[in-house]
Design a protein around this ligand. Sequence first.
Ligand code: PBG
Length: 322
Amino acid sequence: MFPIHRPRRLRRTDILRKMVRETTLTPQDFIYPMFVVPGKKVKNPISSMPECFQESIDEAVKTAKEVFSLGIPAIILFGIPEHKDEKASSAYDEKGVVQQAIKAIKDALPDLIVVTDVCLCEYTSHGHCGIIKNGKIDNDSTLEILALEALSHARAGADIVAPSDMMDGRIGRIRKVLDEEGFSDVIILSYAAKYASSFYGPFREAAQSTPAFGDRRSYQMDPANRREALKEVALDIEEGADIVMVKPALAYLDIISDVKKNFNVPVAAYNVSGEYSMVKAAAQLGWLNEEAVMMEILTAIKRAGADIILTYFAKKAAKLLQ
Ligand code: PBG
């Protein structure tokens, strides 16, 4: 073949490389995760996630304005409630911190897409994503609470609800309640293939949702499994998911690629807290170039097949892309 074929010809100059580039990031690819807490003028740094904060609603509105002005179309909200109990009753409180944050942000920015994480782990006293019965995470009774939670988010004005609990049948249950209550336009972004990953460590500090006992392996997926992700995604689409997500992203690029090849709905990927913190820590030590590594990671997630990337880097990357 050589010397006829010289692939380096197309790499000679920057403009040539740009012309033949297969994957291009834009700020529209991103969803920015935010943590809301009760109170006013609260902006608590999250120590394991530099440049990320727990914010009261007034501060969250300011951040949301900045996010939107950068060309990022959406945020995802996580709530840290005042009150946690066995039954996660704050999860569907009309006056809960997430419900109020949705209203305040939609009032200020009607066009910003507001996504909400639907899960019980931030609201249960034990930190598990479901209701406990006889020492086990009970699937079917959890579905009823998740339905109430999703409905309360829709009533507050959420555009997209994103169930992250990994209970069986939650997508169908949530779709049913939303349709019955007149929210047939509310989109479901399902955390369809969510793995029991150690990369969520920093998030659990941020959301105060570390399980008080045991772990999440009886509901989240085994990191060793690949075919099972296709089964989870197929079930969620059948039950009515509009967008499906793979989480985490970086150690799961094969899963993102499989999901993209096998289904025809938009694919999201969650570049999770631990993936963010690793880059931040190495950069602080001077071991990595943060901006270059960030762009490489985000590009790789998109190249693997993600249409949408949830990332704590969203603001920083959008600024660089502008
Ligand atoms: C709630 C939830 C988690 C994350 C998103 N939603 C934590 C978990 O499942 O333990 C993790 C996000 C991140 O690490 O950035 N279930």
